[in-house]
Design a protein around this ligand. Structure first.
Ligand code: SF4
Ligand code: SF4
Length: 448
């Protein structure tokens, strides 16, 4: 018997306590130094006989102690990953335009506007829309009986008045092929688009509010520097009155976290929250390029968050964090073989290019293929598909492997010139904060 190679042990700064997380089972346990030492002592050797005890039994049950050698465990995990991959369906994302009418303070697409790539104004044409659907159909032919995912519409900002004609085509072609849609929008023109959106099968639209009134307007102004809050609220009301499911994402960091209760009160008073056609979640703001969805905001300590968070905030944070959702919510734990969805998603942009990583759009060296004249992938695509945590050299020995997934590939590229390197930096700092948050919650220091 020995410690699982996928059990991570983290000492908490403030006390004689350790957090155990097993990446295979998803079990999280708070233990004292005696248990941590016992596990550490079982790292290398295989103990043929260990005296039975209730602690040992529970460590086995939780997956922290396993039978068999490390190679066997790795072999089993590889099989698990292969089965996982078989169950994954590709996500198609149409980048309707790179243009946007907003100038958000944390926009991660600013690199496009700064001249790293000079052109981003081209619109999707009718011909290219057809080619995108040819590509989507080709990829989805391999799905056989698996359910197709809804097509996501993305930008820039997809719901711009000048895109109306393009959108009509995208919707009607997708509709005739029996696709549903998800729209990721800033919500500014939502009200104007509701009559069009009602005609098609939407899973939901997702938009962002960062606070009430001025707080939101400072963080998410239009290009002209105007506020957007009031107009977005009108759009949300129109959408939900027309039974369009609307998901509100609230980006937060140190500068707006205190204001979250205010926006939640407001949305409740306006009968937006609580409406069956509305959902909401909290999401840590990305302050750095090439780190999507960090598990915790990098500028807030868990103690600060614990101090500020009320019951509603914790619930919405759990909803927005796939990690928390799996630990405390209704999602089932799956080991993180891949750091993000890049291995299973395809972005089709208005220039005929295909990408897999949302933050690498218009980085030409990151293209994985073209869909014009017909869908062709290049060697980069194979690299992205093969980048998993069991293929990255340092990750194979890392106890955090199945919690981290190898780190952000784009960050690895920006730092080392290759996506086939691990990227611990995108994981470790937010995860360290998150571990303290976990400990606070497990000790019920604040509401859970
Ligand atoms: S590689 Fe993944 S985590 Fe990194 S920027 Fe791209 S999509 Fe985001
Ligand atoms: S990227 Fe670093 S932290 Fe993540 S699994 Fe690999 S070695 Fe571990």
């Amino acid at each position: 018997m020995r410690i699982s190679r996928f059990t991570s042990i983290t000492k908490l700064n403030t006390e004689d306590a350790f957090i155990l997380i097993n990446g295979i089972t998803g079990c999280v346990d708070l233990v004292d130094s005696n248990v941590a030492q016992l596990l550490q002592s079982m790292k290398k050797e295989v103990h043929a006989k260990v005296p039975k005890s209730s602690v040992l039994e529970s460590l086995i049950e939780r997956g922290h102690l396993v039978i068999g050698d490390a190679e066997e465990e790795l072999y089993r995990t590889r099989r698990m990953m292969e089965n996982y991959i078989k169950g994954v369906t590709p996500l198609h994302i149409i980048v309707v335009t790179y243009r946007c009418n907003f100038n958000c303070i944390y926009c991660y697409q600013k690199y496009m506007k700064k001249g790293e790539t000079k052109t981003f104004g081209q619109e999707l044409t009718s011909e290219y829309t057809d080619k995108i659907y040819d590509a989507i159909t080709k990829v989805d032919q391999e799905l056989r009986d698996k359910t197709k995912k809804p097509i996501h519409l993305y930008g820039g900002e997809p719901l711009l008045p000048e895109n109306r004609g393009v959108l009509e085509e995208v919707f009607s072609k997708g509709h005739s092929l029996n696709y549903r849609f998800v729209i990721l929008t800033n919500g500014f023109y939502l009200q104007e688009f509701v009559p069009l959106l009602r005609r098609y099968k939407l899973d939901c639209i997702q938009l962002t509010l960062d606070g009430k009134g001025r707080i939101h307007d400072i963080r998410r102004p239009t290009l002209k520097g105007e506020g957007s809050f009031e107009k977005i609220i009108k759009g949300i009301k129109t959408a939900i009155n027309n039974h369009i499911k609307t998901v509100i994402r609230i980006n937060f960091d140190k500068s707006n976290v205190k204001e979250i209760p205010e926006i939640l009160d407001y949305l409740t008073k306006e009968q937006i929250l609580g409406n069956p056609f509305t959902d909401a979640y909290l999401s840590p703001t990305r302050r750095q390029r090439a780190i999507c969805s960090p598990v915790f905001p990098s500028d807030i300590t868990s103690a600060e968050f614990a101090h500020l968070a009320d019951k509603r905030m914790i619930e919405l944070f759990d909803k927005g964090s796939s990690f928390s959702n799996k630990l405390f919510g209704d999602q089932i734990w799956t080991p993180r073989f891949y750091h993000c969805k890049a291995f299973s998603q395809l972005f089709y942009d208005p220039y005929g290019d295909v990408y897999v990583c949302l933050e690498s759009l218009r980085m030409f060296e990151m293209r994985v293929g073209r869909y014009v004249p017909t869908l062709q992938f290049n060697e980069k695509y194979t690299q992205w598909k093969n980048r998993n945590v069991l293929n990255l050299v340092p990750c194979k020995e890392c106890p955090n492997a199945l919690i981290c997934g190898g780190g952000c590939a784009l960050n690895a590229y920006l730092r080392t010139g290759s996506i086939m390197n691990a990227d611990c930096t995108s994981f470790k700092l937010p995860f360290t904060q998150y571990i303290s948050y976990l400990a606070e919650r497990m000790q019920a220091r604040f509401y859970c």
